[in-house]
Design a protein around this ligand. Structure first.
Ligand code: ADP
Ligand code: MG
Length: 348
């Protein structure tokens, strides 16, 4: 499958820690005015000239958050950065810098880390962020990655999970469920490969969802769109754990309820067909499958005309009084309570 087949294997010991850091980070450029000093000293120096700073960190552990038997290292580097930037965009902020810290065991050669940093570099370029530091250390087993992302926004631009009001519209970017099903495809091919190492998986029909899993794109474009349209969401969160649990976060933090309409949930045709193939319900997948890294937000009804023509945005419901609770209105027009796991079919 997609494992590292690089012919060359340079042991990390040959470089030493400083040589390694220098080698891996030498091609990164600093592009932000706010980056006064990047890699190379005891700390980076930043200057945001009075803007508010937003900071977010993620820790990723091999075997828990990623599986290197089907995750190419370049994709892993890219995704590690993107999932973190997604949190910055979910604050309606502009991402400006990241730090990347890694721990690897001696089973990783230099070439593997080069691949990983090629992915980091591509994500930095795509989202226009500066790599300004990190830490490099050894682990007894496996790979650990921690990324910290820094961003800026004017105080009045920042959007929290708290702030949605009853009657606000609930809106989602892109489409949902793809990353989860992409993972199911990769897991299935991994099992096939274990039985028959000569098998050549045909992932072509699934390319969209496999890409959603291996190469998620943080929605930088949406923050730019909000500015262009003159829309400030009343609350916002990124979808890392599935629509249902993210809706509940908005409801809890904003102290409101919600009606989500099943027939409005945006699904790609590949998601619908692959869900059928796995004999799974595509709504359940959108509600509970994770890692789509789309944005979920609420807007005042007055702003609806500004967003209605945009093909990237789908109104999927509206907020209600807190006492009404959070519900899914199904295609059959039954009302089901949303739970963090998806929805509870035993409650009315
Ligand atoms: P210290 O001993 O003070 O932690 P390091 O030798 O770890 O210093 O780091 C030296 C410089 O290299 C610092 O600027 C640090 O941020 C940067 N750096 C270390 N590891 C990484 C990494 N994996 N990616 C990017 N920058 C790194
Ligand atoms: Mg260090």
């Amino acid at each position: 499958m997609l494992e590292d087949k690089s012919p060359q294997r340079t042991a990390l010991e040959n470089l030493g820690e400083f040589g390694l850091i220098k080698h891996l980070t030498q091609h990164f450029e600093l592009n932000h005015e706010s980056t006064i000093l990047g890699i190379g000293d005891d700390a980076a120096v930043l200057d945001f000239k009075g803007k508010k700073t937003v900071v977010s960190t993620d820790l990723l552990i091999e075997g828990v958050h990623f599986d290197l038997s089907y995750m190419p290292l370049k994709h892993l580097g890219y995704k590690s950065v993107m999932v973190n930037l997604s949190d910055i965009y979910a604050m309606n902020a502009q991402a400006t810098q990241i730090t990347v810290s890694i721990a690897v065991s001696n089973r990783f050669p230099l070439e593997a880390l080069e691949e990983f940093y090629a992915g980091v570099a591509l994500a930095c370029k795509t989202c226009h962020v500066d790599l300004i530091g990190g830490d490099t250390t050894s682990s007894t087993k496996g790979m650990l990655i921690s990324v910290t992302a820094i961003g800026i926004a004017e105080e009045n631009e920042i959007v929290l999970r708290k702030g949605a009001k009853p009657n606000d519209l609930l809106v989602v970017t892109g489409d949902l469920g793809g990353a989860y099903l992409g993972l199911q495809i990769l897991e299935r091919e991994k099992e096939v490969f274990k039985v028959n190492p000569n098998s050549q998986p045909d992932l072509e029909p699934y390319s969209y969802i496999v890409e959603r899993q291996l190469k998620p794109e943080a929605r930088k474009d949406m923050v730019e769109l909000f500015e262009k349209l003159g829309v400030k969401p009343t609350s916002m969160i990124d979808i890392s754990d599935g629509l249902s649990s993210e809706i509940l976060h908005l409801c809890n933090e904003s102290e409101v309820g919600c009606n989500l309409f099943e027939d409005k949930i945006p699904l790609d045709p590949t998601v619908i067909s692959t869900a059928e193939e796995f004999k799974m319900d595509s709504t359940t997948i959108a509600l509970s499958g994770g890692e789509d890294y789309e944005l979920l937000f609420t807007i005042d009804q007055e702003d609806y005309p500004k967003i209605k023509a945009n093909p990237n945005l789908t109104v999927i419901g509206h907020m209600t009084d807190k006492k009404e609770g959070a519900h899914l209105i199904t295609r059959a027009e039954t009302k089901i309570a949303l739970t963090a796991q998806g929805w509870n079919s035993f409650e009315g």
